[in-house]
Design a protein around this ligand. Sequence first.
Ligand code: GLA
Length: 501
Amino acid sequence: MVLRMKSLIAVLALFLSAPLMFAADLTGIWLYSAKQPDGHTDREVFVLRQNGTQLSGKLERAWGNLVIQQGSVDGNHFTVTAKTDDGYTIACDGTLEGDKLHVTVHEPNAKPYELVAARTKTDPFLVANVIPSPALHDFLPNGLAKTPPIGWNSWNLFAGRIDDKTVREMADAMVSSGLRDAGYIYLNIDDTWEGDRDASGVIQTNNKFPDMKALADYVHSKGLKFGIYSSPGPYTCAGYEGSYAHEAQDAKTYASWGVDYLKYDWCSASRLYPDSAMRAVYQKMGDALRATNRPIVNSLCQYGRDNVWEWGPKVGGNLWRTTGDINDTYKRMMEIVDTQSAIAKWASPGQWNDPDMLEVGNGGMTTDEYRTHMSLWAMFAAPLLAGNDVRNMSADTRSILLNKDVIAIDQDPLGKQGQLVFKRGDVDYWKRPLSGGGVAIAAVNRASTAAPVKIPWRDLGIEPTSAFKDVWNSKLITIPSDPTFTIPPHGVVLLRTELVR
Ligand code: GLA
């Protein structure tokens, strides 16, 4: 009887403790790693702490960390939501199966994907003994980019699919399409060209780029300049090798390849340094580029943090991104537009605000929207880096990218950035002073219906006797004839004073 009673109690105890016994303990470091065809290894890390049914910790990508905001475990199933400090949010859910974590990852604007992570003892993204940042000093101008850089960049269309063959084809197409002769001189390779480092730390290319020097020679042979990309952190935004602790060595390598332009993208440096150290960190590469004695345009890319426009020139920057990434939508393009007027005063020859690269011709906007995009970038004295497939352009795309007047506005030697003068109803009026006392006006219709407008010349401070060119219609306008323009939905009227030659 006593025995029976005892075993009953034992069974009961087992039953009651079952949820605890069988609940997973996810505490630990979990690593997903997969070698890609270009030789690069993709990694994602989950650093988890489980407390009862609660999960905390972080998700780590090569480009930076996301802190878990909410995490819970139910049996062997878990869900987490994690965020970067500027609000980028990723959600994951999954199950512990044996000793493997099966995870489904949900990122904004992307299809969910699955991965399997295994426990690991050390965090591959942890950097011990971060190199202290150097004392600050001010640079003298390097004399480059007297007008905003203009050319092509691989990221917006090709992202990780860019390779040697495509770059050569782009170089050919930049010549045959007339882009080069219209001024588009830089051919810039963005992220994902990087391989590992050799035994002495020299950066190698990955197998998409067999010989970077030969490729640069090819690009130069077409009368173009050659640009490349890196990061001040250990990894680039796409998770490839960055320049951290190798700045001088990398600058030398770029110079030996014949690089004319470097885009230097913060990303994983965020794991090592606070925003307040950005200036010092960018100064390091500025110094390294100067030490090569090769003229290399220095493009800072840190998404407009820490008021970069105030210190960009002091670290030798010729341009600096003013925002997070553009994408091929009217909505995102206009979000960027709305942040540019306030910082206009910081642009001048050799030092430019960069509202990110062009999406013209990539298919996500209407022709009128792309005209607005191109017109406003010209009003901003923005770098004009086309991001479309220049081997295969529609007549509309050609007419936008190759319009001589819009390019001339962008490249105006006075180098003053235009500003929003006022908004009237759905129409925004922008004005940019040009050299020789000229002026450009852009009227942008934000409505999704056409807007008939009379340009408020007087309110815009325009002389009543001026002559203007309607840039997109190639027509001459004289004031006070005062024509009515019908601006298409999301479209633009771009006017430039007709220069007296
Ligand atoms: C960041 C930059 C982009 C591009 C990618 C490459 O997102 O802002 O312009 O360079 O990285 O990974």
